[in-house]
Design a protein around this ligand. Structure first.
Ligand code: 4NP
Length: 158
């Protein structure tokens, strides 16, 4: 198995994408594949740079035994060279990433998280920032489904 590098991207990098990073990492660990993956997350905004994930996201994560320690950072141009896959959470994220992509090769690295869902029929992982508890639980439900699907898709390719 060769190395696959995956960057999860959302707007603030304090809710959805750090959650995706941890969920995908746990699956990779469970499957004894840690040596074959490099996983990170980033945001299209730099407003929260250096911050831990939102306390509401950390609370809902902890109820399912996920521990979030990532520090928010903005997406960089060099990420388009460094990562094999850049996975956005919603239409705005995908549009923002496409704007940043400077070559066809870079653009082809952009994926939509919900395209890997196998159970849920969703077209985005909705931004939970201005909503209530349900929004955060929904983020975890969608990401657990999509991350399992992403791992299966990559395993099938290797
Ligand atoms: P995220 O959620 O993109 O899932 O990290 C958000 C976090 C912060 C903001 C928006 C969305 N914000 O506007 O500050």
């Amino acid at each position: 198995m060769e190395l696959t590098t995956v960057l999860f991207v959302c707007l603030g990098n304090i809710c959805r994408s750090p959650m995706a990073e941890v969920i995908f990492g746990k699956i990779v660990e469970r499957e004894n594949a840690l040596l074959h993956f490099e996983i990170d997350s980033a945001g299209l905004l730099s407003y929260h740079e250096g911050e831990l994930p939102d306390s509401r996201m950390r609370f809902h994560a902890s109820k399912r035994a996920y521990h979030l320690v990532h520090r928010s950072r903005p997406v960089k141009m060099s990420d388009f060279d460094r990562f094999d896959m850049i996975v956005g959470m919603d239409d705005d994220n995908i549009a923002g990433l496409k704007k940043m992509a400077s070559t066809k090769e870079h653009e082809q690295k952009i994926y939509r998280m919900t395209d890997f869902c196998r159970i849920h029929q969703a077209t985005s992982v909705p931004d939970p920032y201005y909503g209530g508890d349900n929004g955060f639980e929904n983020v975890i439900d969608l990401l657990e489904d999509a991350c399992e699907g992403l791992f299966m898709a990559l395993k099938a390719k290797k």
